[in-house]
Design a binder for this molecule. Structure first.
Ligand code: NAD
Ligand code: UDX
Length: 463
């Protein structure tokens, strides 16, 4: 099938590359010229395991192209994905201006032939109908600019074109760091909309994934497809993220109680996770949730509830527990080192989770800011940030090139991100290089006994 993906960030590029990999003809559109240039040369502008490889093979087989020209993308695609960002406004509301610009751009460039316009971006509930309205505005806008005599679009043709597209909500559930894996191995596919024709085309698009042709375990039953109305599909996305974030805040709260009563939250999480009604995932206590989705999506759902006269109390509590949790490493540093002014703290990891280069709303950023405020010097080593020189949003921190240089002269280390390679560092040597060998394990990632044997004072979260 012919697909156009507009917006090639973590979601758009992964979606475009994976759809090309399974045989569709994909054009990816982005208005960032530098990104498009990079992608044309086969390079991924983001770090995501496995992405470069499938991008390059799709380029070689001629299944994917990259352009800044939305008109070309719209002309090509029978399925048009909107996958631009919906960042938070200071009020917590979602900033939908990029979605609006793309929907208008689609309308202005619709060229006849039936199209499915897919909201892949996480958009406020009600956006499906709103996108339809903006696309129609775009069509009308274009009509105004056309010369009536011999014009391409006449008044009579407008309803005809309007009837030639449908909007579908197809929320994305991929996680950064395993985005390609998640795309080929989804737990479910949600399709919201009221057009049978559009839903049928979306089912055809995803058929190879649904049938597990690209799954790691091909013997699994087909991926469930849930078809709903537009608003329910939009709500599913927000509710899923809010639930997961709440689950983490819950275990973090349990960890804080464990710290006080002397229980071990990792054992507790195991014990409750074995109950199939609870499940063992998303029960890792630590320094709080961050990233580009949870904080903004929970805030947006709280805002939507508020708009409709309802106070989302559980979600607000999940946010407030998280805000406190994001300072837990600082509290523990103060308990051990007392005065932080003049001390040097080394951070192991900067990104909001492992296997990504994404620093959006990373807990490390709060920690750096607070340590600076209290007069501590902050250094960091992160496998991706140190290697790529990426520094978006980073200030007040000296980025070291390896973990031993990081440890050199530090009064304490904080493990912020559980990168796999942090399990095999030479901690004996690192402890020797430090002024005070203290480690705050913000992810309960390291084995306390091993760390003590290596010469560290070990402090976990709730253990
Ligand atoms: P991103 O910021 O990484 O990428 C957005 C891309 O859109 C950028 O490359 C930008 O240049 C491009 N863009 C902006 N305006 C454009 C325009 N007018 N025309 C063409 N391109 C334009 O964003 P992301 O993290 O991929 O998120 C995209 C959406 O998907 C958001 O709504 C987000 O909430 C949702 N989502 C993200 C994730 C995730 O893990 N990042 C997971 C699920 C859902
Ligand atoms: C999340 C959702 O999981 C995904 O379905 C959605 O599409 C986008 O948002 P992502 O933000 O990429 O994905 O990563 P995720 O693995 O969910 O982690 C989010 C945050 O929660 C990270 O800061 C992570 O460190 C934290 N986390 C996660 C915990 O603190 N404990 C856990 O048990 C799990």
């Amino acid at each position: 099938m012919r697909v156009c993906v507009i917006g090639t960030g973590y979601v758009g590029l992964v979606t475009g590359a994976c759809l090309a990999h399974i045989g569709h003809d994909v054009i990816c559109v982005d208005n960032n010229e530098e990104k498009v240039k990079l992608m044309k040369s086969g390079q991924s502008p983001i770090f995501e395991p496995g992405l470069s490889e499938i991008m390059q093979s799709a380029i070689q087989s001629g299944k994917i192209e990259f352009t800044t020209d939305i008109a070309a993308g719209v002309a090509h695609g029978e399925i048009l994905f909107i996958a631009v960002g919906t960042p938070p406004l200071p009020t917590g509301e979602s900033d939908t201006r990029y979605v609006e610009a793309v929907a208008r751009g689609i309308g202005v460039n619709l060229n006849g032939g039936y199209k499915v316009i897919v909201n892949k971006s996480t958009v406020p509930i009600g956006s499906g109908d709103w996108v339809r309205m903006i696309v129609l505005d775009g069509i009308a806008e274009r009509q105004k600019t056309l010369v009536p005599a011999g014009g391409v679009l006449s008044d009579e043709k407008l309803p005809e074109i309007a009837a030639q597209f449908d909007v579908v909500s197809n929320p994305e559930f991929l996680r950064e760091g395993s985005a390609v894996y998640d795309t080929f191995n989804p737990d479910r596919i949600v399709l919201g909309g009221n057009s049978q024709r559009a839903i049928a085309l979306m089912q055809e698009l995803y058929a190879p994934i649904v049938e597990r042709q690209y799954a790691n375990d091909k013997s699994l039953p087909a991926v469930p497809i849930l078809t709903t109305d537009l608003s329910s599909a939009e709500m599913i996305k927000y509710a899923a993220n809010a639930f997961l974030a709440t689950k983490i805040s819950f275990i973090n709260e349990v960890a804080n109680i464990c710290d006080r009563v002397g229980a071990d939250v990792t054992q507790v999480a195991k014990g409750i996770g074995l109950d199939s009604r609870i499940g063992n995932k998303f029960l890792q206590a630590g320094i709080g949730w961050g990233g580009s989705c949870f904080p903004k999506d929970v805030a947006a759902l709280i805002h939507t509830a508020d708009d409709y006269g309802y106070e989302a109390q559980i979600m607000k509590a999940a946010v407030s527990v998280n805000e406190r949790q994001r300072l837990i490493a600082l509290e523990k540093l103060q308990q051990v080192l007392k005065i932080l002014k003049g001390k040097t703290v080394g951070l192991l990891g900067l990104t909001f989770k492992p296997d990504t280069d994404d620093l959006r709303d990373a807990p490390a950023l709060n920690l750096i800011e607070q340590l600076n405020r209290l007069g501590a010097k902050v250094k960091a080593y992160d496998p991706i940030v140190s290697q790529t020189g990426l520094r978006h949003g980073l200030s007040g921190v000296l980025v070291e090139t390896d973990a031993e240089r990081l440890a050199d002269g530090c009064d304490a280390l904080v493990l912020v991100t559980e990168w796999q390679q942090f399990s095999t560092l030479d901690y004996v040597k690192m402890a020797q290089l430090m002024s005070h060998p203290v480690i705050i394990d913000g992810r309960n990632f390291l084995d306390p006994e091993t760390m003590v044997r290596a010469g560290f004072q070990y402090v976990g979260v709730g253990r």
